[in-house]
Design a protein around this ligand. Structure first.
Ligand SMILES: C[S@@+](CC[C@H](N)C(=O)[O-])C[C@H]1O[C@@H](n2cnc3c(N)ncnc32)[C@H](O)[C@@H]1O
Ligand SMILES: [Zn+2]
Length: 361
């Protein structure tokens, strides 16, 4: 992390300012690689390790601890470096999450938060392609070390280890844009995570979230998810890596020899009406086998996964007085964007309308 960032951070326990101590000089990219942040209020100490400040090192809940360990394994293995292939895949996925509502390139001069940044693949693309003022990546897992390696050469990126439900940001509502892609459904209390992010949003800021849907996943929830819960989330990394490879290979063969020809003959819309997961498989078929393997691994390892209904998802926005749009993505998940409803919040200013092109449900 760079010293200039400390003014935006605070102690996640008592919200008081932090003091930099016991640090060595910045490296060639301007980062402090090792040191400590000390809270001026409660005296808590937060170590800076490999360029990343750690705010939640010791978790007492073993379920959450295993969740973050498994995610660290995923991102440290699959995004260990941002080569051309990983960059293209990240860019396409980012576009598919933003495009229904917004353009991720419109982040010029903005304060941006990637909530649950994993290995930092989206931050890499945003920093490279936009002129965002500052981009923060927050993640509970050790994937932050990979995220730091992938992004440390960008002047405007800071990676932080911490909990979305207790983020170490000053209370002044720092962010113009917060996005959280594939994260909130892996938090013990997803709604609490969402509320906490909204609390860090500026009055004219926007929040974008993508979560697993209850709709479109009935078969998965009934047959595969119990196996995740009872077995695969508890297996060692290498066993899951091999197992997910075999499952992906079998599914990939089915996709290529069965789903693909049917889509070519009948068209995607028709096939989606009678074949489960058709939109989902089509999305990954275009992205190649390795990314499909990663996503199968990603489904098998979390100890916490929720499936959110559209009704539930809408209430996240409504209970925070956000004006919002939601969009059903790839036939199995929900994307939503919201911004504080100024009419409701102070009775004066009329809110700019969000783009109407989204297919809403
Ligand atoms: C499926 S991954 C998505 C990562 C990233 N958004 C991406 O798509 O590349 C979910 C991430 O959420 C993080 N996570 C889970 N619970 C969290 C919490 N309470 N606070 C911060 N991050 C959390 C995990 O460590 C993991 O990296
Ligand atoms: Zn404190």
């Amino acid at each position: 992390m760079r010293e200039k960032i400390i003014k935006y951070l605070c102690c996640p326990e008592c919200y008081m300012d932090l003091m930099l101590q016991k640090h060595n000089p910045s490296d060639s990219t301007g980062h402090i690689i090792t040191g400590e942040l000390n809270c001026k209020g409660c005296g808590n100490t937060y170590p800076i390790v490999d360029g990343v400040p750690f705010f939640n090192l010791n978790l007492t809940d073993s379920h959450i601890d295993l969740n973050r360990k498994n995610f660290a394994d995923e991102w440290n293995y699959f995004t260990s470096n941002m080569d051309e292939r990983n960059e293209t895949l990240a860019k396409e996925e980012l576009e598919s999450c933003f495009n229904p509502f917004a353009n991720y390139k419109d982040l010029e001069n903005k304060f941006v938060l990637d909530a649950g940044c994993g290995g930092g693949r989206f931050i890499y693309v945003i920093s490279k392609e936009t002129n965002a003022k500052e981009i923060f990546g927050l993640d509970l897992s050790n994937a932050v070390i990979t995220a730091f390696k992938n992004t440390k050469h960008f002047d405007n990126v800071t990676i932080i280890q911490g909990d979305i439900t207790k983020p170490p940001f000053k209370k002044e509502r720092l962010f113009d844009f917060i996005y959280s892609i594939g994260v909130l459904h892996h938090i013990q209390d997803p709604r609490q995570g969402f509320n906490s992010l909204v609390n860090n949003l500026k009055q004219d800021g926007k929040i974008l979230a993508w979560v697993y849907g209850k709709e479109g996943n009935a078969l998965y929830i009934r047959f595969a998810d119990p196996i995740r819960k009872a077995i695969t989330s508890k297996l060692p990394f290498k066993v899951n890596l091999s197992l997910s490879f075999i499952i992906s290979l079998i599914l990939w063969l089915i996709i290529l020899t069965f789903y693909r020809p049917l889509n070519l003959i009948l068209g995607e819309e028709t096939v989606s009406k009678f074949l489960p997961f058709n939109e989902y498989f089509n999305f990954f078929r275009k992205r190649g086998f390795k990314d499909f393997w990663r996503t199968v691994f990603d489904k098998m390892v979390p100890t916490i996964s929720y499936y959110i209904s559209s009704e539930e998802f809408k209430t996240w926005f409504e209970s925070n007085n956000l004006e919002y749009k939601i969009y059903f993505r790839n036939g199995h998940s929900w994307l939503g964007i919201g911004q504080p409803n100024k009419t409701l919040n102070n009775g004066k200013i009329k809110l700019e309308s969000l783009q109407q092109t989204a297919r809403t449900k």
